[in-house]
Design a protein. Structure first.
Length: 86
C-alpha cells in the first residue's frame, strides 16, 4: 500500500528524452486494450490510444503526478483504457 502511494506521487524530474519518451509510449501502449483483428475497430482503437497517450504525455510534461494522470485516464472511460489499464 505504501509503495502504491509513493508511485502515485511520482513526477517526471525533468523533460524526457526522445528515446525515453518512445520507450515509455511503447510500454504504456502495450498496457492498453487494443483489438488484435484488423478493421475499423482496430483503426479507431489505435487513434484513441494515440490521443490518450498524447494527453498522458502532456500531463506528465506539465508536472502532474502518476496518481493524477491515472485518475484522469480512468475518468475518460475509454474502451482502450479501462480502470485496470489505467
Amino acid at each position: 500500500k505504501d509503495k502504491e502511494k509513493m508511485d502515485n506521487d511520482l513526477v517526471a524530474p525533468r523533460k524526457l528524452t526522445e528515446t525515453e519518451s518512445t520507450k515509455l509510449r511503447s510500454l504504456l501502449k502495450s498496457k492498453l486494450n487494443l483489438p488484435h483483428n484488423d478493421g475499423a475497430d482496430k483503426q479507431q482503437s489505435e487513434e484513441d490510444a494515440g490521443d490518450l497517450l498524447d494527453y498522458a504525455f502532456a500531463m506528465i510534461a506539465n508536472g502532474k503526478n502518476v496518481g493524477y494522470v491515472t485518475e484522469e485516464l480512468k475518468s475518460m472511460e475509454m474502451e482502450v483504457c479501462d480502470a485496470a489499464s489505467a
